[in-house]
Design a protein around this ligand. Structure first.
Ligand code: ADE
Length: 239
């Protein structure tokens, strides 16, 4: 991969992004067609321009717009506006104790799949389309240098694990479960832009305690770990 010059980071939640904004001195940007879609921040690191986009808050419910719809819309619009050389999607995810995950582990995706999209369960092409299986930018050297975990990140529009999603994730051989990565990777494939996916584990989906309770308990620790690894990755990309 060529050395990136314009790196676009996409995150889903303002609270996930705050420490990154502080560490890299991101400043908020106004842009020509300042849209209803996303907030935009900019900084420079090692002569690379870093953009950060986060879907604008849902004003009706005063929450971050998590999930695949906003992720895809924002990815598309931000790529059109900013013409990046590289997308990085980072955020939090659920992990599997049975696959060795611990709270605060940070995973580098080596593929992105969906586990809740299904149209025609018999026709092979639709089965494959539903899973997606999008290519991502992955380098074993980053895994070693930053002590990351690695594997397939699978996306769906639901935090709590239901049986059908668990079965599909098993088929996908997923090690982490989020709500945006595959949607963003689907867009970057259409736009022919490489994508790096970095996810920090807030909850273990295969233990008794519910994911949302674990998420609330572990959010700060997981984000702290995520930002440490993201900082390392961005410095590696600048070398
Ligand atoms: N983000 C953090 N934990 C998650 C989970 N269990 N499922 C989907 N997205 C998540």
């Amino acid at each position: 991969m060529n050395k990136p010059k314009r790196i676009l980071i996409q995150m889903a939640m303002f609270d996930e992004a705050r420490p990154l904004r502080e560490i890299f001195n991101f400043t908020q940007e106004q842009f020509a067609h300042d849209s209803v879609l996303f907030d935009l921040y900019k900084t420079t690191v090692d002569q690379n321009i870093l953009y950060l986009v986060i879907p604008k808050k849902c004003l009706r419910y005063d929450v971050s717009r998590v999930g695949s719809l906003m992720a895809a819309l924002v990815a598309w619009a931000a790529i059109e506006l900013l013409q990046p050389d590289l997308m990085i999607n980072m955020g939090t995810a659920g992990g599997f104790q049975s696959k060795g995950a611990k709270i605060g582990d940070v995973y580098l995706a080596d593929k992105a799949t969906y586990h809740d999209r299904e149209f025609h369960p018999i026709r092979d092409a639709f089965k494959k389309y539903s899973v997606g299986d999008y290519p991502v930018c992955f380098d074993e050297k980053w895994v070693t240098a930053l002590a990351l975990k690695k594997g397939i990140v699978s996306s769906g529009n639901r935090m709590l694990l239901i049986d059908a999603d668990a079965k599909q994730m098993e088929k996908n051989q997923a090690v982490a479960k989020d709500m945006e990565a595959a949607a963003i990777a689907e867009v970057t494939e259409l736009k022919n832009i490489p994508i790096i996916i970095l996810k920090s584990i807030t909850d273990l989906v295969d233990i008794k305690q519910s994911s949302h309770e674990q998420f609330d308990q572990n959010f700060h620790l997981a984000v702290e770990q995520l930002i440490k690894k993201a900082q390392g990755l961005i410095l590696l990309l600048g070398k």
